[in-house]
Ligand binder design. Structure first.
Ligand code: HEM
Length: 253
């Protein structure tokens, strides 16, 4: 029989973070699939009139439209990193204090190097995760800038033309395309590791990590919450108190 735990339910991820996450995940999946098709167009042999087989144009249309969705969603999340709660705050995404760097090492010891099996308990993301999300944020900016630069010659809209200066930086459109394509694989790599890790942490730690990105709530033992807050990592300068007070839960068994 397992010991009884004094869990507290804490509201961590506000609506804009959750909406950002799932729109971002969907947009990256759609962009990855349509981008791959644009890079490797399959040759469909059909006997119908050519004007009925505009599927490649549709694939490109979906790719470009989703790129706008990705960009707007990202801009809203940037705004929320100033307006949202402490877990969504931009400062957490730059884990540079000694305590945060130590936490990165502690996470690496558990998740990658397997030197230790002592889980790192946090309410927001752990410092290693924040660091990785900063890297994906930079990769998102890179994809937006390079993608719109590639789109500009075939678009009559003004927005993509803001990025025409990017092509000379890379020497040619051909080289730019290779970088844009390679970054897509980095997203694929991130997604595989990310999804594996969130399921792993959800299963091993039992804090409801996955459902927290749906409902916003995480579960942590009371003493762990106090210990985490004592590290000085969680209580970043916050503009407002946690919107909903922690509710006490006492699971049996
Ligand atoms: C089935 C697919 C996915 C699941 C179940 C999932 C789940 C999660 C969970 C539970 C978190 C919070 C983890 C923590 O507390 O540290 C998170 C954060 C995050 N995930 Fe995912 N994820 C998925 C797909 C993706 C994809 C495809 C991307 C983008 C390539 C992505 C990007 C992110 C980012 C950027 C964050 C940080 C959110 C923020 O703080 O604004 N996720 N994800």
């Amino acid at each position: 029989m397992s010991a009884s735990h004094d869990y507290q339910r804490v509201y961590v991820w506000e609506q804009p973070v959750r909406w950002f996450h799932w729109i971002n995940a969907l947009a990256i999946t759609v962009l990855g699939v349509t981008g791959y098709l644009i890079a490797h167009p399959p040759a469909f042999m059909i006997s119908r009139e050519a004007s009925f087989s505009y599927w490649f144009g549709t694939v490109r249309f979906v790719h470009f439209t989703t790129a706008y969705v990705l960009m707007v969603n990202f801009v809203v999340r940037l705004y929320w990193s100033f307006a949202g709660n402490k877990y969504a705050n931009w400062r957490s995404f730059f884990p540079l204090t000694r305590a945060q760097l130590r936490q990165i090492w502690d996470v690496l010891k558990v998740d990658i190097l397997q030197f230790s099996n002592k889980p790192v308990e946090t309410l927001g993301h752990n410092s290693m995760a924040y660091f990785t999300y900063t890297a994906t944020g930079l990769l998102t900016i890179f994809q937006i800038v390079t993608g719109f630069a590639l789109y500009a010659p075939t678009s009559a809209a003004w927005f993509p033309h803001l990025f025409t200066w990017v092509v000379p930086l890379f020497g040619s459109e051909y080289t730019l395309r290779i970088f844009h394509y390679a970054a897509m694989w980095l997203f694929a790599l991130f997604t595989i590791i990310h999804v594996y890790l969130v399921f792993y942490h959800d299963y091993v730690e039992g804090h409801g990590v996955i459902s927290s990105m749906v409902g916003g709530w995480k579960f942590l033992e009371k003493d762990q919450i106090e210990a985490e807050q004592a590290t000085g990592m969680s209580p970043l300068p916050s503009r407002k108190p946690d919107p909903k007070p922690a509710a006490k839960l006492k699971p049996s068994g």
